[in-house]
Design a protein around this ligand. Structure first.
Ligand code: HEM
Length: 200
């Protein structure tokens, strides 16, 4: 058995190709999400300030400056920022295409068998009837709301849903969180925000 897809038949070359696809798919999506996050935070200094304050207060002064996974429990605003970035800038805007195996009805539309279907996550995320002021970056909209990134809430599907949901979701979420954490704590954004204001 090949260990990747369990097909018993993958050659070493095919396994290398699968591994490269997994890594490739994980790198660009994570990088894009982080980049959009940084851009939004720089455009919204008030959010950056609030985030930095939350992080300063949540992170116990450990001396060695180590952040542990359990520390994430104390940074609710950071969670909201990550969700808002994923909402406005989904890295895979139309998910992976699906093909219907049998006739079905979705929202009053009859979908014949063997139909290629795309889920327009980008559109759903910007739908005013679901998200008031949809085009604005407002992490606060997630406060006190039980909307998660894990494919259970269909209004927010940056990692897809169901059987083919992103396999790297836990790793991706940790990477994005820790990067933003480091970024928000550093002096770098302060200088950059200042520069951006000067260029206005
Ligand atoms: C912020 C970062 C990421 C985002 C936004 C993202 C998003 C997605 C989305 C939307 C899908 C398609 C799900 C669907 O159609 O239902 C997907 C699939 C996938 N992702 Fe990610 N991903 C990210 C990071 C990663 C990482 C870090 C890895 C691996 C290390 C990874 C590996 C995969 C794989 C292997 C699939 C295909 C799963 C399948 O078809 O069964 N992704 N991802």
């Amino acid at each position: 058995m090949c260990g990747f897809c369990g097909c018993r038949g993958c050659s070493v070359e095919e396994m290398k190709a699968i591994l490269l696809e997994i890594l490739g798919g994980g790198i660009i999506t994570t990088a894009l999400t982080i980049e959009w996050g940084l851009a939004e935070l720089l455009k919204h200094p008030r959010c950056l300030q609030r985030l930095r304050k939350e992080i300063e207060e949540a992170l116990p002064k450990k001396g060695n400056d180590l952040i542990r996974e359990e520390d994430i429990a104390n940074v609710d605003f950071l969670k909201s920022v990550v969700k808002e970035v994923a909402r406005l800038h989904p890295a895979v805007p139309m998910l992976v295409p699906r093909i219907s195996t049998q006739e079905c009805e979705i929202g009053g539309y009859i979908i014949p068998p063997q139909t290629l279907a795309f889920v327009n996550v980008w559109g759903i995320s910007r739908d005013e009837s679901v998200w008031p002021n949809a085009l604005q970056f407002l992490p606060e909209r997630f406060e006190g709301k039980d909307v998660e990134l894990r494919g259970q809430h269909f209004e927010l599907l940056p990692f897809g849903s169901g059987r083919r949901i992103c396999m790297g979701l836990p790793l991706a979420v940790s990477m994005v969180f820790f990067f933003k954490w480091r970024f928000s704590r550093s002096l770098f954004p302060r200088t950059l925000t200042l520069k951006l204001q000067l260029y206005k």
